[in-house]
Design a protein around this ligand. Structure first.
Ligand code: ATP
Ligand code: MG
Length: 427
């Protein structure tokens, strides 16, 4: 079913990245002297869709050690990213390219493959997941379609190469990739044959490594049609399994609409918070499930905590107090999550105003310091710390006053209650 006769050629205007710069230098080395190299996968697919190419991956007849030799001789840095599967990363002028030797998978167990290298382009296309991901672009700018991928890209249809159930059996991650590519490049409902094979395979998803699941899920949830796709995944009993919890589909959809209304680019952790976090426990569970970094986990916790207190109908002083306590960036993130959970329209003026509070109002610096207390006779030691903390609380509660007389009163009260001991200073 070769569609070579379609005769698609990427003109230099269409794919300026092919003929110049780092990629051209790399192809000159790999696509020469008895070996061939072609661009494959995302960059070809995206260019046909009129999107930026993204990372450029190459497929080549050259064995991995030959790739390393030639690249090194040309002065490029190489990293043996997945050398047993034939992948070497070659860095040219700071730009990384994944170069993978043509191969077929000869043994699979649902998550790993034993591969055999070869020189057969058709076999290499056939071992890839979806038709839209298996197009090759030759150095002469011609697109080679050995699997019917062009028609599927034009129809925005994510279709497995070969029998979906067999292909999923080889690698369960393809279930998530099916939804990921549908969310990013599909239209309408997912391909029925692919969808039903995914549903039948859902019980096996547990065997996947969490790192691989993480990569697919974080890409999936920022895709253009993530909200619709999440609904299908939830209806299919797949999403709850992956998250090991209940998906908040309405909040997830609303966050997408809110981001659009505010001109924000989608952020995977914020989207994850809307989709799957209501309480701090959810953040802890997701850290394990998706191998989140400490900083990602911290951000989820910020968005999980007390978001329900953020409310456009609450007194602005209360919102300022929270902003002072958690900082501008955290406040904004938490407010976006509260907005997503609120049920308000994405264009809601009061919510927009609240989300923008950190732009309108910068928290003042706490104007009191140890010396204010020492001058009034409090001695150094634990009482000083207590008095300072209590004074800061009182100052926040009072709406951040700046006048000396009010600050003095706060200092006096704090000293008194510090002297009286912790039992009294607690409200
Ligand atoms: P992106 O723009 O997200 O990087 P991509 O198509 O380049 O999209 P990658 O995950 O980078 O996707 O994979 C590169 C290519 O390798 C794919 O286009 C596909 O041909 C192949 N591939 C990757 N993972 C799998 C898999 N699990 N099973 C089969 N083929 C795969
Ligand atoms: Mg890629």
């Amino acid at each position: 079913m070769s569609v070579d006769e379609d005769d698609l050629v990427f003109t230099p205007e269409r794919a300026p990245w092919l003929g110049s710069g780092p990629l051209a230098r790399l192809l000159a080395v790999l696509d020469a002297n008895g070996e061939e190299a072609r661009v494959v996968g995302g960059a070809v697919r995206n260019t046909i869709l009129g999107l930026p190419p993204g990372d450029v991956d190459l497929a080549t007849t050259a064995l991995p050690e030959v790739v390393v030799q030639r690249a090194t001789a040309a002065g490029f840095h190489t990293v043996p990213t997945g050398i047993e599967h034939g992948t070497v990363t070659v860095v040219v002028n700071d730009q990384p390219f994944e170069v993978t030797t043509l191969r077929r998978d000869i043994e699979t167990d649902g998550r790993h493959a034993v591969v055999r290298f070869g020189r057969d382009w058709a076999a290499d296309a056939a071992r890839r997941d979806f038709t839209m991901n298996a197009l090759f672009l030759r150095r002469d700018r011609r697109v080679i379609d050995l699997v019917g991928g062009l028609a599927d890209i034009r129809a925005r249809r994510v279709r497995f190469i070969g029998d979906p159930a067999t292909r999923i059996g080889e690698d369960l991650l393809r279930v998530l990739r099916f939804f990921r590519f549908h969310a990013a490049y599909g239209s309408g409902e997912p391909d029925p044959a692919g969808l039903s094979a995914c549903i039948r395979a859902r019980g096996g998803l547990e065997i996947l490594s969490r790192e691989r699941v993480r990569v697919e899920m974080l890409k999936l949830i920022v895709a253009a049609r993530a909200a619709e796709t999440a609904v299908v995944m939830a209806d299919s009993g797949i999403l709850d399994r992956v998250l090991a919890g209940v998906a908040e589909l309405a909040a997830f959809a609303r966050l997408g609409a809110v981001e659009t209304a505010l001109g924000l680019s989608p952020d995977p952790i914020r989207r994850l918070a809307a989709l799957a976090v209501r309480h701090l426990d959810d953040a802890t569970r997701l850290r394990e499930r998706l191998r989140l970094s400490n900083d990602e986990h911290r951000r989820l916790r910020v968005m999980a905590a007390s978001w329900w207190r953020i409310d456009p109908n609450a007194p602005e002083e209360d919102m300022r107090a929270m902003l002072y306590r958690i900082g501008a960036e955290n406040f904004r993130e938490r407010a976006l999550i509260a907005f997503a959970h609120s049920g308000a329209e994405a264009g809601d003026r009061a919510w927009h105003k609240l989300v923008a509070l950190p732009k309108r109002w910068t928290p003042p610096k706490f104007p009191l310091a140890a010396k204010d207390f020492l001058e009034r006779g409090l001695e150094k030691g634990p009482m000083l710390g207590m008095a300072l903390a209590q004074a800061e609380e009182a100052w926040i509660e009072a709406g951040f006053p700046g006048e000396r007389s009010r600050l003095d009163a706060i200092v006096q009260t704090a000293i008194k209650s510090a002297r009286a001991g912790p039992a009294i200073s607690e409200k």
